[in-house]
Ligand binder design. Structure first.
Ligand code: MD3
Ligand code: FE
Length: 218
């Protein structure tokens, strides 16, 4: 039974998949079966490649703290945005993509209609209350034909989903612990961001939100 509740209170059908826009598919709670494995893996990765606040090419410190796993990791510094094979802080390769990340990304991408997605990069974002990500496009990947799979963990956030031009009005989409979104096709280059995180404490993660974005960058 997946169409509203049995007690007659819900007038709106409950669906697992919400089409957000052409090419974007929201899978509410899809990551919940993987949550323990994902959180353990994030701890392992960030023990080896600690969260850090990157600097934008304009010299601003990002409020969101970042790390990476996979053959390639996304970084920003005064020279620009790019993917690198090594963590610039340690000189070591980024930790490998955990099996759970790959499995979840492939399963979610398939649900979104992308049957042969093999990510080689995962950017890990950590938000604390007040942290935000201003509207931007993800265009540092070599090809934009591959989708991006995003996984939200911890405190809820409001996602801003804009258009193909910065000025277009942005949709506000609440994202909660366990939600997964597949962004592909015509949604892949849309502007997006995260509003300042509201204060709060999540039962597993405390005062933070972790977002994983799985990508094929190389
Ligand atoms: C839509 N992360 O890491 S995830 C990012 O919650 C990023 O940390 C946000 O934007 C976060 O680049 C949003 C959702 C997301 C990720 C990539 C997209 C939406 C996207 C790429 C294209 C279109
Ligand atoms: Fe992004």
């Amino acid at each position: 039974m997946n169409t509203g509740d049995l007690f007659g209170a819900a007038a709106v059908p409950v669906r697992a998949e919400e089409p957000l826009a052409e090419g974007a598919c929201l899978l509410r709670g899809f990551a919940l079966p993987w949550q323990t494995a994902l959180l353990e893996a994030v701890d392992d990765i960030t023990a080896r490649a600690p969260f850090r606040h990157l600097t934008t090419p304009g010299g601003l410190r990002m409020s969101v703290a970042m790390s990476n796993a996979g053959a390639l990791g996304w970084i920003s510094d005064r020279r620009g945005y790019r993917y690198t094979a090594r963590d610039p802080d340690s000189g070591l390769p980024w930790p490998p993509l955990p099996h759970a990340f790959l499995q979840l990304a492939k399963a979610a991408a398939a649900r979104g209609g992308f049957t042969d997605f093999t990510p080689d990069a995962c950017l890990i974002n950590r938000y604390r209350p007040g942290d935000r990500l201003t509207l931007h496009q993800d265009r540092d990947e070599r090809e934009h034909i591959h989708p991006i799979v995003s996984v939200s963990l911890g405190l809820p956030a409001v996602f801003l989903f804009g258009g193909l031009q910065r000025g277009e009005l942005a949709l506000r989409v609440p994202l909660a612990h366990g939600d997964v979104v597949v962004w592909g096709g015509p949604a892949r280059l849309r502007f997006h961001g995260i509003l300042p995180l509201k204060p709060g404490a999540h039962e597993l993660l405390g005062e933070q939100r972790i977002n994983l974005t799985l990508r094929k960058a190389g």
